[in-house]
Design a protein around this ligand. Structure first.
Ligand code: P70
Length: 470
C-alpha cells in the first residue's frame, strides 16, 4: 500500500481516534484457571513458563513466534496447497514473494528460523573463525558455536542499558567491529551477523545509516554481511518514524533498501510473516547457494519444500505481502506501545524506548534484593503467571546460558522478562488486563525471594530448566 492511501479515519480527518485495520471473523475462547490451580501448575512446571500447558494460561505472551492470527486470504491460500514432493507451485509463489520484498536471488525454505541458522552457520563458518554480531540471540549463537565459530558482541553500549532512550539501540558499534577485524584479521571473520530488530536488546532497531556503513565497511574488508530478517518489517517502521529522509517511504521500500545492504538473510517467518510455521535462507552468491541447496536436503527436505507443506509455503507467501503493509505494521507496533504507555504511567521499570514486538520488564529494577544467581527475571515471570495466568518469558541469565569455553554462566547486563505480543490476536482490553497484573506484581515486589535451578539441560537451557523457590 502506498503512503498516499489514507489509512485510518484519524489520518483522513486529523482525528485522534485510531483502530486496527481488520475485524474479527473467528474467535477462540480463552481458558481461565483459579489461583490455587495456577500455584499447582507452576510447581509442576518447575517455575518455568515454557513447561506450562497452554490450557493453564489466560493471556499468552510467551512469544510472538508462530502465535499470530492468519488472515482469511492466508487460510484460503492453505486450501490451494500443492502437496507435490518436488517443484510445488506454492514454492514458486514463495520464491517470488521473497525476491520481490527482500530482494535476494537464491532461496531455500526451512522448517523455521533455526533450520536456516544451522545451514548458514555450516556453510559460512570455518572452525575457529569469529562472528561479530549486534548482540547474541540464543539459537543464532548456538548454531554459530556448533559450527566452530566464536561469537563477539559488537552492538552499541546503549543497547545494554534499559534506561537509555537512544532511537537506534540495535546499531553495530563500528569501533568495536573494527577492533575485532584488526585483532583477528579479516580472513578470520566468517561474516557479520546483523539482526534487525535486536530481540535480546528489547526489539531495538538498526538504522539505515548503520546498515549502509556496514555495507561499505564489509565491502572494503571482503567480509560478508548476513541479516537475521526475522523482524525486519518492524525495524523498517522505526526507520520510517525516526530516521531523517524516510518518512515518505513505505515499509516495503525501506525493508528492501535495508536488505540491499546485505549479502543474504535467514528468516523465522513465524514472526513478521504472520504464519504459524516456516522460515527460509536466501543469498545472492551462487557458489554459496549451491552448498546450501546441497545441505538443505540432508537436514530439512528437498530444496523446494525445506520441511514445509505446500500449504505452509502459500500462507507464508501471502503473509509476506500482508506484513509489509504500512497500516498493519503501525497497528501492530501501536498495540505494543499502548501497553508500554500504560506501564510507563505507573513508573514500571522496563526497556526504553519500547521496541517492536514486546515489553521487556527490567527485573533487576523490580527486585534489587535478588542477585542474578537468584534469577530475578525467571522469578518475575513466575509471579506474573501466579497473579493472573499471564505467561511471559525470561530473557536474562538463564537465557544467556554458559560460556562455551569456561563453562561458567554468562551474566548479561540485561535481566529482562518479556511480555511478547502476538500479531492480530489480542485486543486493547487484554492489554489493560496485562498492565494491571504487572502493576500488582510490581506493588508486591518486596516479598520476592528468588529461585534456584534444580535441573539444567545442556543446550538452550531456558526451554526445559526447572527451578524451586528459595
Ligand atoms: C522468540 C522466538 C526466534 C528467533 C528470533 C531471532 C531474532 C532467530 C530465531 C529462531 C522463539 C524462541 C527462540 C529461542 C528462545 C526463545 C524463543 N525467536 N532469530 O520467541 O527462529 O524460533 O523460528 O527457529 O527471535 O523470540 P525459530
Amino acid at each position: 500500500m502506498s503512503n498516499s492511501t489514507p489509512q485510518t479515519m484519524g489520518q483522513q480527518f486529523g482525528r485522534r481516534s485510531w483502530a486496527e485495520p481488520w475485524k474479527i471473523k473467528m474467535v477462540e475462547p480463552l481458558t481461565m484457571v483459579g489461583r490455587a490451580e495456577r500455584q499447582k501448575a507452576l510447581v509442576e512446571a518447575g517455575y518455568n513458563t515454557f513447561l506450562l500447558r497452554s490450557e493453564e494460561v489466560y493471556i499468552d505472551l510467551l512469544t510472538d513466534s508462530g502465535t499470530s492470527a492468519m488472515s482469511d486470504r492466508q487460510w484460503a491460500g492453505m486450501m490451494t496447497g500443492d502437496e507435490a514432493y518436488a517443484g510445488s507451485r506454492n514454492y514458486y509463489n514463495l520464491e517470488a514473494a521473497i525476491r520481490n520484498h527482500y530482494g535476494y536471488r537464491y532461496i531455500v525454505p526451512t522448517h523455521q528460523g533455526r533450520g536456516a541458522e544451522h545451514l548458514i552457520s555450516q556453510v559460512a563458518i570455518r572452525r575457529g573463525q569469529y562472528v561479530p554480531g549486534n548482540m547474541y540471540f540464543t539459537t543464532t549463537r548456538l548454531h554459530q558455536e556448533l559450527a566452530g565459530g566464536v561469537f563477539v558482541d559488537v552492538i552499541v553500549d546503549a543497547a545494554h542499558d534499559p534506561a537509555d532512550r537512544s532511537p537506534f539501540k540495535g546499531d553495530v558499534d563500528l569501533a568495536k567491529l573494527e577492533r575485532v577485524v584488526r585483532e583477528q584479521g579479516a580472513a578470520n571473520i566468517a561474516y557479520v551477523s546483523l539482526a534487525a530488530t535486536v530481540n535480546m536488546a528489547g526489539g531495538q532497531p538498526v538504522s539505515m545509516g548503520n546498515a549502509k556503513t556496514l555495507r561499505e565497511f564489509c565491502g572494503r574488508h571482503g567480509i560478508r554481511l548476513f541479516l537475521d530478517a526475522t523482524r525486519l518489517v518492524e525495524n523498517a517502521f522505526f526507520i520510517q518514524e525516526r530516521e531523517p529522509g524516510y518518512a515518505g517511504k513505505s515499509i516495503a521500500q525501506i525493508a528492501r533498501e535495508f536488505c540491499d545492504c546485505t549479502d543474504g538473510a535467514w528468516m523465522s517467518a513465524k514472526k513478521d510473516s504472520l504464519v504459524n510455521i516456516g522460515g527460509w535462507l536466501a543469498v545472492n552468491d551462487w557458489t554459496l547457494f549451491e552448498e546450501i541447496r546441497n545441505l538443505v536436503v540432508v537436514y530439512e527436505g528437498l530444496h523446494t519444500y525445506g520441511g514445509l507443506a505446500g500449504r505452509d509455503m502459500e500462507a507464508m507467501a501471502i503473509g509476506i505481502e500482508e506484513s509489509m503493509q504500512d497500516d498493519h505494521v503501525r497497528s501492530r507496533i501501536g498495540q505494543v506501545r499502548y501497553l508500554g504507555e500504560l506501564l510507563e504511567d505507573w513508573d514500571i521499570p522496563m526497556v526504553q524506548p519500547v521496541g517492536g514486538h514486546a515489553i521487556f520488564l527490567d527485573a533487576r529494577a523490580f527486585y534489587p534484593q535478588l542477585t542474578q544467581d537468584q534469577y530475578p527475571a525467571q522469578t518475575l515471570a513466575a509471579e506474573l503467571y501466579l497473579d493472573s495466568g499471564i505467561r511471559s518469558m525470561e530473557r536474562g541469565v538463564v537465557s544467556a546460558g554458559r560460556d562455551a569455553v569456561t563453562g561458567g554462566h554468562h551474566y548479561p547486563k540485561l535481566e529482562l522478562t518479556r511480555l511478547t505480543i502476538p500479531r492480530r490476536v489480542y485486543t486493547q482490553a487484554h492489554m489493560d488486563v496485562v498492565a494491571e497484573s504487572v502493576k500488582a506484581v510490581y506493588d508486591g515486589r518486596a516479598a520476592a525471594r528468588g529461585l534456584k535451578m534444580v535441573y539444567e539441560p545442556r543446550y538452550l537451557r531456558f526451554f526445559q530448566a526447572r527451578f524451586e523457590p528459595l
